[in-house]
Design a protein around this ligand. Structure first.
Ligand code: PMP
Ligand code: GLN
Length: 368
């Protein structure tokens, strides 16, 4: 879809690539680190200052304690942490349970490890997406090895509620499951919704590998610096794979991000305010164009129902949209693994400049 946007000159509200600025001090620090010669392999598990900053962030924000040595691993983006977790913790014959729709790295991670991905559809309730805990329970078998939980969630913008997290945690404790979480949108939560890491719930820290990344928090998706926190045995399992995938990750970025993470709260508050405005602009524009957006409490994306335009197939809609309206979106079916019960959902991203959103909304409205 990004290629289609380039080819057609459409406004690209497809891939979640931010058009927003990064903290200037962070950019200057990377340049300084490069010029200061921090250009050789850093320690395989990550630069000590970044591991310390990741641990301090987990403590200050969530009250979670991780030892920088042994319980924190720096990775090449959250993507490598997710792949390393799948490969290090599962193999052929194992099942990984996650929710549908899901980020497309999860089926890929399962396929790499030879495990089977079992998906549990999120139910639609009113204008949002909710957990069906009976469906989750039914998806668990004797072969289930881990639960992959993405909250805040891509592609829906859902934040799992404390009550939903409790129900998931109870099931994981009961079945003695390992949980791998993808929390890359942890700072991008709007309207007073709160992100609660499942590792903070009773009985969960010792079974949870908590993954995040700098890309979304600082608008530096091209740097590919991520990390995982967890008990030593889970970190060791992930590291046994990471060692041979990439060995280590970009040194100057890590140095600079250690300082940025220490000062993340003010920056994140500003970014949330911007993204809230952008989400509202897009939602209002989609509504005005006759497409019905669902509520998004977090992240970069809005889901829209395309049936008011007479479409039932999101893929067809997204293939035709650049030609008709000069806008690119992504069919939610790209994130669906099981039976596609909602082929009429399409994902629009709002992590874009204001002028991109204004132009996209004007183009969509002109067709309405
Ligand atoms: N998880 C989710 C839910 C995402 O949306 C993304 C997209 N950027 C990633 C992981 C990948 O993160 P990274 O770029 O840090 O590998
Ligand atoms: N996470 C972003 C998205 O969901 C982009 C990353 C990717 O395309 N791999 O669109």
């Amino acid at each position: 879809m990004t290629e289609l946007a380039h080819r057609t000159g459409a406004v690209n509200l497809g891939q979640g690539v931010p058009e927003l600025d990064s903290p200037p001090a962070l950019l200057a620090e990377v340049a300084d680190a490069v010029l200061a010669g921090r250009n050789q392999y850093p320690p395989a598990v990550g630069v000590p200052a970044l591991r310390a900053a990741v641990a301090a962030h987990a403590r200050a924000r969530y009250g979670l304690e991780y030892a920088p040595d042994g319980e924190v691993l720096v990775t090449t983006g959250a993507t490598e942490a997710l792949a390393s977790a799948c490969l290090g913790l599962t193999g052929p014959g194992d099942e990984i349970v996650t929710f549908d729709p899901c980020y497309d790295a999860y089926p890929a991670g399962a396929r790499l490890s030879g495990a089977t991905l079992v998906t549990v559809p999120l139910a639609i309730d009113g204008d949002g997406f909710v957990l069906d805990s009976d469906a989750l329970r039914s998806a668990m078998t004797d072969r289930t090895r881990l639960l992959l939980l993405n909250s805040p969630h891509n592609p829906t913008g859902k934040v799992f509620t404390p009550d939903e997290l409790e129900r998931i945690a109870e099931l994981c404790v009961e079945r003695d499951l390992t949980v791998v979480t993808d929390e890359v949108y942890e700072h991008l939560v709007y309207d007073g919704a709160r992100h609660v890491p499942i590792a903070t719930l009773p009985g969960m820290r010792e079974r949870t590998l908590m993954i995040s990344s700098a890309g979304k928090t600082f608008n530096v998706t091209g740097w590919k610096v991520g990390w995982a926190c967890g008990p030593a045995h889970l970190i060791a399992a992930a590291n046994s794979v990471k060692q041979w995938l990439t060995y280590t990750s970009g040194a100057p970025y890590q140095e600079a991000l250690a300082h940025a993470l220490d000062a993340v709260e003010d920056w994140a508050a500003e970014l949330r305010a911007t993204l809230t405005t952008h989400r509202d602009m897009l939602a209002t524009g989609l509504r005005a164009a006759g497409l019905s957006p669902y509520r998004a409490d977090a992240g970069y994306f809005l889901q829209a129902d395309i049936r008011p335009w007479g479409f039932t197939d999101g893929l067809r809609f997204c293939r035709e949209l650049p030609g008709r309206a000069g806008v690119v979106a992504i069919p939610t079916s790209a994130f669906q693994q099981g039976v596609d019960t909602t082929p009429w959902l399409v994902r629009f991203s709002f992590c874009k400049r204001e002028d991109s959103l204004t132009e996209a909304v004007a183009r969509l409205s002109a067709l309405a």
